[in-house]
Ligand binder design. Structure first.
Ligand SMILES: NC(=O)c1ccc[n+]([C@@H]2O[C@H](COP(=O)([O-])OP(=O)(O)OC[C@H]3O[C@@H](n4cnc5c(N)ncnc54)[C@H](OP(=O)(O)O)[C@@H]3O)[C@@H](O)[C@H]2O)c1
Length: 271
């Protein structure tokens, strides 16, 4: 599925995107790596070449919130590789905080990065994709369940999932597979940063849950792509929450609220 295919990966310089890129290189893919920071992108490229010297891998620094830059970048990738076989829209970030303390600009920036960044990439890649290719987007477990502290991030990831559900129907007629990666907490530079602003309740909610390694997430993602999966959850917990929330949203709400009340009363002494 990946051998000799040219695949664009955004957010490829760190965390999950870097590991997805490395895993794809091991499977024989040619890679166009996209992110803003040139140094981290060049590092990822070097890491890939050290492991797979034969890999054709190029870096394309670009801010995905700028639609014109994304258009130019996709054209540059086509020029350099001759064609595109697949694209993975993975770049994104999260800034958890209480709704009351989250500045408006954070709501705007996360929609611009997490949602519109994906729209721009897919819009400019789609005309180049042929039957048999695939696109994938990274949403999150927070793309299908609301969570205390994530009022600016969660909706941007719901939007990504909504976009993918729509494109899955439209692109089926072009024989282009659409998949959505929904990672849970994963140990990446982005995850470390988000822990700085996370409300205490949010931190305590995930206490005891094991965060995954990005290598694990990348391996599960590639397996899911090969199986033609639409939603790619990364562990049993996520799969259970996904089904429970879908089938019994009120019961899900009650479970979360009882956990939050316990946290506020027993751990924070707030009730
Ligand atoms: N880690 C988790 O717990 C977790 C859980 C669920 C979902 N996710 C999602 O998984 C994806 C990857 O997250 P991660 O944890 O691996 O994050 P990360 O370690 O912070 O890496 C994010 C990547 O996206 C790039 N990026 C960010 N903003 C960009 C922009 N405006 N234009 C171009 N590139 C941009 C970053 O590079 P530059 O900063 O150099 O641009 C970097 O390569 C994100 O969509 C995130 O929302 C993560």
């Amino acid at each position: 599925m990946f051998e000799k295919k040219t695949i664009i990966v955004t957010g490829a310089s760190k965390g999950i995107g870097r590991e997805i890129s490395r895993a794809l290189a091991r499977e024989g893919a040619n890679l166009a790596l996209v992110a803003r920071g040139v140094d981290a992108l060049a590092d990822t490229r070097l890491q890939i070449l050290e492991e797979i010297p034969s890999c054709k891998v190029e870096i394309f620094p670009c801010d995905i919130t700028d639609s014109e830059r994304v258009r130019i970048t996709v054209e540059a990738i086509v020029q350099s590789f001759g064609s595109i076989d697949a694209c993975i829209s993975n770049a994104g970030y999260s800034h958890p905080q209480y709704f009351d303390q989250t500045p408006i600009v954070e709501f705007e920036k996360q929609i611009q990065t997490n949602y519109l960044g994906a729209v721009y990439l897919l819009k400019f890649c789609k005309p180049h994709l042929k039957a048999g290719s695939f696109i994938a987007v990274t949403s999150s477990v927070l793309g299908y369940m609301g969570c205390f502290g994530y009022s600016s991030y969660g909706p941007s990831k719901y939007a990504v999932l909504g976009l993918a559900e729509t494109l899955r129907q439209e692109f089926a007629f072009d024989k282009i597979q659409v998949s959505v990666l929904c990672p849970p907490d994963t140990l990446t530079p982005g995850y470390q940063l988000e822990n700085v602003t996370k409300p205490k309740e949010t931190l305590l909610l995930s206490e005891g849950m094991k965060a995954l390694d990005p290598e694990e997430v990348a391996a599960i993602f590639l397996k899911g792509l090969k199986k033609g999966k639409f939603i790619i959850n990364c562990n049993l917990e996520s799969e259970v929450i996904f089904r429970f929330k879908l089938m019994a949203p009120e019961a899900y709400y009650k479970v979360i609220m009882s956990q939050l009340k316990k946290i506020k009363k027993d751990k924070l002494g707030m009730i």
